[in-house]
Ligand binder design. Structure first.
Ligand SMILES: NC(=O)c1ccc[n+]([C@@H]2O[C@H](COP(=O)([O-])OP(=O)(O)OC[C@H]3O[C@@H](n4cnc5c(N)ncnc54)[C@H](OP(=O)(O)O)[C@@H]3O)[C@@H](O)[C@H]2O)c1
Length: 329
C-alpha cells in the first residue's frame, strides 16, 4: 500500500464548544515499534472526545492531540516487531487519540478483528465502550450471573453496551434513562426494568428488589449517596465519570457497616499492557457473542468526518440512543 505524506484530520483549534472542531491537514503518522497504522473507514464518537474538546480531558503524554478514541478500517503499515497482523487486514481498534483522521497509529495489541457479520461502521463503535464496560463491570466489578446490576445512562454508548453484556452473562439488569423513549430502548436491549429518572426513584426501586449488587455510574454528584443507599450489603459501586461533579458529602459509615466497595477507573491513562489484557479477554469472551449476533452495537447516527462539530452537538443534546459514528472513507 503506498502511503501519502499528509492526511485529512479534524483538530481541536482551541478549548470550547463543537464549533472549535476544524478540518485540517496533518502528516500521516509513522507506526512505532509494536504499533499498526490503520487507514480508517469510520471512527466512533465518545463523550470523552467532547470533554477533551472542552479542555477538561487532556490527552496522555505521547498521544495524538487529535480527538478520537476508536475506529475501524484496514491495516496500512506495520511497525517493527508486529506479528499476527498483515497489511490489508480489517480491524477495529482502541486508540490513544487521533481517530478523527484518515490514518491513525495504535499498539497492535489494541486492535481486534472485525467480528464476522459486522461492517466497519458497526465495528468502529465497539472498542471504547466494550473495553470500558468489560474492564469495569466484569474485571473490576466482578459481575456474575444472577446478580442485580444497575447502570445509569442506560441509553448512552456505555449504557447500551453494559445492558447487553450484563444480560447475556446472566445478570438481572436495571437501567436509568431520562425519558420514556430511552427507557424503551433499554428494555429492548435486555433491561428487566428501565427507570425513568424524571418520574421514578431508582433508590426505592432497587431497594424493593433487595438492592443492587453492582452499580456502574457516570453521573456522580447527588447520585453518589443515592447509589450507596441503592446497593445491597456487600454491593460494589464502579464510577467511570462524574457528569454531575465528583464532590459530595457522603456518610462512609454505610460503606463500613454494609461492607460496600466503591471503586472506579478511566481507560485512557492505563498502560498499553493493561489495555492489551482487556483486548485479550474481549477477543476470547465477547467477540464470539458479536459474531453470533447475540449482542450488537447500537448505532444512533452517522456524520461525515468534516461534520464532526454536528456529531458533537448531537451528543451534547443527549437526544441519541447508542453510538454516533463519523464516516471517514
Ligand atoms: N472511565 C472510562 O474509562 C470511560 C470511558 C468511556 C466513557 N466514559 C464516560 O462514560 C459516560 C458515557 O459515555 P458515552 O460515550 O456513552 O456518552 P453518551 O452516549 O453521551 O452518554 C452520556 C449519558 O449520560 C446521561 N447523563 C446523565 N446525567 C448527565 C449529565 N449531567 N450530562 C450529560 N449526560 C448525562 C445521558 O442520558 P440521559 O439523557 O438519559 O440523562 C447520556 O445518555 C461519559 O460520562 C464518559 O465520559 C468513561
Amino acid at each position: 500500500m503506498t502511503l501519502p505524506a499528509t492526511m485529512r484530520a479534524v483538530e481541536i483549534s482551541e478549548p470550547g464548544g463543537p464549533e472549535v472542531l476544524r478540518p485540517t491537514e496533518r502528516p500521516v503518522p509513522v507506526p512505532r515499534a509494536g504499533e499498526v497504522l490503520i487507514r480508517l473507514a469510520y471512527a466512533g464518537v465518545n463523550r470523552p472526545d467532547a470533554l477533551q474538546r472542552a479542555g477538561s480531558y487532556a490527552p496522555p503524554p505521547q498521544a495524538s492531540d487529535l480527538p478520537g478514541l476508536e475506529g475501524a478500517g484496514e491495516v496500512a503499515a506495520l511497525g517493527e516487531g508486529v506479528s499476527g497482523l498483515r497489511v490489508g487486514d480489517r480491524v477495529c481498534a482502541l486508540l490513544p487519540g487521533g481517530g478523527y483522521a484518515d490514518y491513525v497509529a495504535t499498539p497492535a495489541a489494541h486492535a481486534l478483528p472485525v467480528p464476522d457479520g459486522l461492517g466497519l461502521k458497526e465495528a468502529a463503535c465497539l472498542p471504547e465502550t466494550f473495553f470500558t464496560v468489560w474492564s469495569n463491570v466484569f474485571m473490576r466489578g466482578g459481575l456474575t450471573a444472577g446478580e442485580r446490576f444497575l447502570v445509569h445512562g442506560g441509553s448512552s454508548g456505555i449504557g447500551t453496551t453494559a445492558i447487553q453484556l450484563a444480560s447475556v452473562f446472566g445478570a438481572r439488569v436495571f437501567a436509568t434513562a431520562g425519558n420514556p423513549t430511552k427507557c424503551a430502548a433499554c428494555r429492548d436491549l435486555g433491561a428487566e426494568r428501565a427507570i425513568d429518572y424524571s418520574s421514578e426513584d431508582f433508590v426505592e426501586i432497587l431497594r424493593a428488589e433487595g438492592g443492587a449488587d453492582l452499580i456502574l455510574d457516570m453521573v456522580g454528584g447527588d447520585y453518589l449517596p443515592r447509589n450507596v443507599r441503592a446497593l445491597a450489603d456487600d454491593g460494589r459501586l464502579v464510577q467511570i465519570a462524574f457528569l454531575q461533579g465528583p464532590k459530595v458529602a457522603l456518610n462512609f459509615a454505610q460503606v463500613m457497616m454494609r461492607r460496600l466497595t466503591i471503586t472506579g477507573s478511566t481507560l485512557r491513562p492505563q498502560s498499553d499492557l493493561a489495555k492489551a489484557r482487556i483486548a485479550d479477554e474481549l477477543r476470547e469472551r465477547v467477540w464470539p457473542l458479536l459474531a453470533s449476533g447475540r449482542i450488537a452495537p447500537v448505532v444512533d447516527s452517522e456524520f461525515d468526518l468534516t461534520q464532526a462539530a454536528l456529531a458533537h452537538a448531537r451528543m451534547e443534546q443527549s437526544a441519541h440512543v447508542g453510538k454516533i459514528v463519523l464516516k471517514i472513507a
